[in-house]
Design a protein around this ligand. Structure first.
Ligand SMILES: Cc1cc2nc3c(=O)[nH]c(=O)nc-3n(C[C@H](O)[C@H](O)[C@H](O)COP(=O)(O)OP(=O)(O)OC[C@H]3O[C@@H](n4cnc5c(N)ncnc54)[C@H](O)[C@@H]3O)c2cc1C
Ligand code: FES
Length: 428
């Protein structure tokens, strides 16, 4: 986290600062009556916004100015200089902003500006919106609808047991035991209540009927919609080998999975992690932080080589080895039993906990059974890049990809390695 108190020699912008010191295209650090701020000049326009990213507190002055937005240096959230609003994931809340005025070559930062209330959107707005998926994308879509002034009913139907959470934290701080459970939830029950967003948990949608504009849940209840968003994200690839269904074998996707894993980690002495991708490596590091012996099994010669290249992959392996992780590379697991994992070489690793992290695949099954979706699946799989910049904006404002009765949006998670999709069935 960045420091929330200004440095002693940082200027107080409310006292005024010479315009000549505010260079075009640069971010100047300071504070406004004790609150860290950055002052920015873009041509003849001046902006003052909060200095700290509302996601995990990165210092925005180290980020990038792009037109009249600032990009966070850590996970690339994007904030509007005009409104302070987050324009891109993963940030959900706006940064502060202040009124700026120039008088005789001196720039003064005045009072803090309130978030402008949005006029209610009624033109072309659907009677209601149902979002299938309670991950970051579903949550962002619901929040954006409210932020952009949609006032009809918004319902999130989530197969998850818990409210939308920050999945990246599950394998890091939460599993390592340094992040509390409340901190991984994206929003509280109170937030959804206050914003009139209904979140239905354990609500697995099993079919979509675009003729009657309804979805059916696994308990056979039927839910009507005006417009439907699919934000079903991804699900872990399952390993199908003897013993892979045993109770001490785990996957990590949901908060429920993470809870189970944390409980198991209380008593486990030794763990085998199958897969050396992001999730596998992070799980290994977090289990090491709990002083559990960890072996990683993966088919490649170097972890993450395909994505990061051999040098960085080797560096990552060495870092983990320094923390006591043992790698079994160029190896695959062929069987799991109560006390160990057997590799294709015949080698056996004793263990009382197995975590499988061998990748995810987009959860498209539901959509694939929807006839309309099939006509646009190519767009979902390989979206045009400008669609990316629209993730999180009001879907029915984008007209370019409207095909008859629906539009398809691609939404990327915090980075681009995991693509999720939002298909929007339009209201006529
Ligand atoms: C442990 C872990 C660590 C990660 N670390 C990082 C990281 O460091 N950086 C990064 O960029 N990304 C990371 N990711 C990936 C990131 O979390 C995903 O990109 C992101 O969660 C995608 O969000 P989403 O909302 O599109 O989909 P998901 O989070 O997959 O959410 C999909 C939602 O849809 C629901 N759903 C699916 N089918 C149905 C149905 N039929 N009916 C009802 N609901 C349904 C699911 O229950 C879920 O609520 C990590 C993921 C995990 C699991
Ligand atoms: S800290 Fe800014 S996007 Fe994560």
């Amino acid at each position: 986290m960045s420091d929330e108190t200004p440095a002693p020699d940082d200027p107080d912008f409310s006292d005024g600062i010479a315009l000549s010191k505010v260079t075009d295209g640069m971010m100047l650090s300071g504070h406004v009556r004790g609150e860290p701020a950055i002052l920015i000049r873009r041509g003849d326009r001046l902006f003052a916004i909060g200095a700290t990213c509302t996601h995990y507190g990165a210092p925005l002055r180290d980020g990038l100015l792009v037109n009249e937005t600032v990009r966070c240096p850590w996970h690339h959230a994007c904030f509007s200089l005009h409104t302070g609003e987050p324009l891109r994931a993963p940030a959900l809340d706006p940064v502060s902003r202040w009124r700026v005025e120039e008088l005789g070559g001196v720039v003064f930062v005045r009072e803090k500006l309130k978030r402008a209330p949005r006029a209610s959107v009624t033109v072309n707005a659907p009677a209601s919106v149902v979002i299938i998926g309670g991950g970051a994308a579903g949550n962002a879509a619901a929040e954006t609808l409210r932020r952009e002034g949609y006032s009809g009913p918004v319902t999130i139907l989530s197969a998850d047991k818990f409210l939308p959470c920050d999945r990246p934290n599950l394998s890091k701080g939460y599993l390592a035991g340094v992040a509390a459970e409340e901190s991984v939830l994206l929003r509280s029950h109170e937030f959804y209540r206050a914003n009139a967003i209904e979140v239905r948990l354990n609500a697995l949608v099993i079919s979509i009927d675009t003729d009657t504009r309804s979805v059916e849940l696994s308990d056979h209840s039927v839910h009507n919609y005006g417009a439907l968003l699919l934000a079903t994200g991804a699900e872990p690839v399952r390993l199908n080998i003897p013993g892979s269904e045993l109770p001490h074998v785990h996957y990590l996707r949901t908060l429920a999975d993470a809870r189970t894993l944390v409980a198991r980690a209380q008593t486990a002495r030794r763990a085998v992690v199958i897969g050396a991708g992001f999730v596998g490596l992070e799980v290994a590091a977090s289990l090491r932080a709990r002083d559990i012996a960890v072996d990683i099994v993966a088919p490649g010669a170097i972890p993450m080589e395909r994505i990061l290249g051999p040098r960085l992959g080797t560096y990552i392996r060495e870092m983990h080895e320094k923390q006591g992780v043992t790698f079994h590379l160029g190896a695959t697991a062929t069987a799991i039993d109560q006390r160990g994992v057997t590799l294709d070489s015949g080698e056996r690793i004793e263990t009382d906990l197995v975590v499988i992290g061998i990748g995810v695949r987009p959860a498209t099954i539901l959509a694939e059974y929807t006839e309309a979706y099939n006509r646009v699946s190519a767009l979902v799989v390989q979206p045009p890049t400008d669609l990316l910049s629209r993730a999180g904006t009001l879907p029915w404002y984008g007209q370019e990809y409207a095909l008859d009765d629906f539009i398809v949006y691609a939404f990327y998670g915090h980075k681009r390695e995991h693509c999720a999709q939002i298909a929007v069935f339009r209201d006529h």
